[in-house]
Design a protein around this ligand. Structure first.
Ligand code: SF4
Length: 450
């Protein structure tokens, strides 16, 4: 593997590899493959600091690799079991948007700890262009490439092996794997999800890291208020809330889209770029209908999570009635605000029609809300990069450096690096310069889509 991905953890560390038994769990050997159905992961939700085995899944193992599948058969994880895999605690995940993401636990020496960067024990390495701060890609590593090619071989083997004599549950599982995992079916499935939402989900709130980005997306408003010129994730549409009828239709379609997989979710993303601007009535409606339809709140899954974006305008306009309504919902709710800069000329250059006062007031209000409501958590984003003026950086340092330590232990700042082609090495020191002075946690915002 590239030196970039050398590991901080010991190569000898192995995650506990024994799944929990489920009532319907069954297994068999199919040639060289071990097939296990109805496995229940050790944790209910998708979050862990080791290869996540959560919810209900099926598994196929070779001597070298473990492959996990959704209850409906689509592949969701690949992990190597031998020393040629980059690290026993690393894995590949396929999202419902049909992207592969490699989870790494390692950084170069001297670059800090992974948890300092992203607040989690691993860094998602995306297989598409994003705003990653690191160069290099794990996808060219021979161990990772071997994982993909082993998966192709397993799929080929399943397609041409007789299933006669296998128990019904194993046969059904293998047939589901065969049916759902050809490329065109996986692509069509992702397109179906995007068409229910109304578009590709170009960016998820950074706080969705708390559930490993495993959210059911419900769109209550297209477009956004500002349509900033610098933004690469905007839809370009004018802001327009959806109707309650449309939201109910979406929830219905999502319920049948995810089917039995809904049991593996306990979080919703209320989209799109500024759900807070759609108004508390629509937000409350979508939150409660989703809660009922997707079976959130079952005791074994823990507290359900709701994620949304807000803007400075919609956030400042929201009065206490809004936050009290949100606080009464059966969710832990995260609202992420895009503030971008505390420098007037930079905001202007970015085409972001807000001013310094709005930025400062939003930050102050964020701290107040975080202190006042135990189940609401507000976070804010700013941009990071060498292409900005020094005033952008120094004003940000002074604004965030003035934030005192917060006893509520809630809320954080995300710094979103612009894609750098020339001075990538200078971005990390800028990040630490801000992080080390701020009284609340500061993390890198990696733009992840669904
Ligand atoms: S930064 Fe946010 S508000 Fe501005 S265009 Fe992008 S999504 Fe819309």
């Amino acid at each position: 593997m590239d030196q970039q991905y050398r590991l901080q953890k010991s190569d000898n560390e192995e995650p506990d590899d024994l799944p929990d038994m489920d009532d319907g769990m069954n297994s068999c050997c199919l040639g060289d493959l071990v097939v296990i159905v109805n496995t229940r992961g050790a944790i209910a939700m998708a979050r862990g600091d080791y290869p996540a085995r959560y919810g209900l899944y099926g598994e196929i193992r070779t001597r070298e690799f473990a492959f996990h599948f959704n209850p409906t058969g689509e592949i969701r994880y690949i992990r190597g079991l031998t020393r040629s895999w980059p690290h026993p605690w690393e894995w590949l995940k396929r999202t419902w948007g049909n992207d592969w993401v490699y989870y790494t636990v390692g950084l170069n020496a001297g670059m800090g700890r992974v948890s300092d960067w992203v607040g989690e024990s691993y860094i998602p390495c995306l297989s598409y262009e994003s705003n990653a701060i690191r160069e290099g890609t794990p996808y060219s590593d021979p161990g990772t490439a071997a994982g993909f090619s082993a998966w192709s071989q397993v799929y080929g083997t399943l397609c041409c092996t007789s299933l006669d004599g296998l128990s019904e549950d194993i046969r059904e599982f293998v047939n589901r794997v065969i049916e759902t995992n050809n490329d065109s079916t996986l692509i069509a499935q992702a397109e179906k999800l995007h068409s229910i939402f109304g578009s590709r989900i170009s960016v998820l709130p950074p706080d969705t890291r708390h559930v490993d980005y495993e959210v059911i997306p419900v769109n209550i408003a297209d477009g956004c208020l500002y349509r900033c010129t610098f933004c690469s994730v905007k839809s370009g549409m004018h802001f327009r809330p959806r109707t309650e009828t449309d939201i109910l239709k979406q929830i219905d379609s999502l319920k049948s889209f995810f089917g039995i997989n809904t049991g593996n979710f306990n979080a919703v993303f209320i989209g799109n770029h500024d759900a807070l601007a759609a108004g508390i009535s629509l937000l409350n409606f979508a939150a409660l209908k989703s809660f009922d339809a997707f079976g959130f709140g079952q005791a074994h899954k823990g507290v359900p999570h709701m994620f949304l974006f807000g803007s400075a305008g919609s956030f400042l306009k929201s009065d206490s009635r809004v936050f009290e309504t949100l606080a009464r919902l059966p969710y832990k709710t995260f609202i992420n605000l895009g503030l971008e800069s505390y420098d007037g000329p930079t905001l202007k250059k970015l085409g972001k029609p807000i001013d310094k006062t709005m930025v400062k007031d939003s930050l102050q209000k964020m701290m107040d809300i975080n202190r006042s409501y135990p189940n609401l958590e507000i976070s804010a984003n700013f941009l990071l990069g060498t292409t900005f003026s020094s005033e952008h950086h120094t004003s940000l340092v002074s604004l965030l450096g003035d934030i005192p330590k917060d006893p509520s232990n809630k809320g954080c700042i995300y710094l979103s690096p612009l894609i750098e082609t020339v001075h990538r090495d200078k971005v990390l020191p800028m990040f630490y310069d801000i992080k080390n002075r701020c009284g609340i946690p500061v993390y890198i915002y990696l733009i992840q889509r669904l």
